[in-house]
Design a binder for this molecule. Structure first.
Ligand code: AMP
Length: 216
């Protein structure tokens, strides 16, 4: 079980997608779960929309409940990658008890490190496929055809919370609520920092090596 920590835009989703394929374990992103529910206009989607679009955190109780349900599913028995959860100390404590209940050990917490300037550049240029969720960047990772997904031909869009006002707010929320988790997992001896201001292949390879070294 692996947690990816890091500021919004540090590359949690991109790394998690790649690692999920390499390790053959599911990628669980609370943000993706909420966006999917919002696009379906489900009751949950309507409930979380007002938080997500403004870059506010969804209440802990609700997020913990969703994660508990997801981690209880069969495909998580052999491991999973958490992206975007936990985001508060309360969630980290809830996760500890969920993992204990399900007898699933936490192996590593990888903190993806990127400078604040780079984060703003990455978030403001990010585009997502409405159909398959693939992530592009208008400068760093442009699609072959503007506005069209390379993988499925779906339409690319900019997340509402990747607009400047929401980005500023998300970063403030990150510093206030999520950064304390670095200390929390450091104290448990689980945290490793990985520099993500390098090409994706390089940071992915570093994480794979860390996980392999851990097994030996
Ligand atoms: P993300 O895709 O991880 O950047 O998440 C997008 C948005 O979903 C966040 O800005 C929050 O509004 C909400 N969200 C995702 N994960 C959590 C979480 N663990 N706790 C609270 N809100 C969350």
């Amino acid at each position: 079980m692996l947690i990816l920590l890091g500021a919004p835009g540090a590359g949690k989703g991109t790394h998690a997608k790649r690692l999920s394929v390499l390790l053959g374990i599911p990628h669980i992103s609370t943000g993706d779960i909420f966006r999917e529910e919002m696009s379906k206009n489900s009751a949950l989607g309507l409930e979380v929309k007002r938080y997500v679009e403004k870059g506010e955190l969804v209440p802990d109780e609700l997020v913990n409940q969703i994660v508990r349900r997801r981690l209880s599913q069969e495909d998580c028995r052999n491991g999973f990658i958490l992206d975007g959860y936990p985001r508060t100390l309360q969630q980290a404590e809830a996760l500890d008890s969920i993992l204990k209940e399900l007898s699933l050990p936490l192996k590593k917490v990888v903190n993806l490190v990127v400078s604040e300037d780079d984060i703003i550049r990455r978030l403001s240029g990010r585009r997502i496929c409405r159909n398959c969720g693939a992530i592009f960047h208008i400068v760093n990772m442009p699609p072959k055809v503007e506005g069209v997904c390379d993988y499925c031909g779906g339409e690319l869009y900019q997340r509402e919370d990747d607009k400047p006002e929401a980005i500023r707010h998300r970063l403030a929320v990150y510093h206030q609520q999520t950064e304390p988790l670095i200390r929390y997992y450091k104290d448990k001896g689980l945290l490793v920092d990985v520099n993500c201001e390098v090409p994706l292949e390089q940071s992915v390879a570093e994480i794979m090596k860390l996980l392999k070294d851990d097994k030996n």
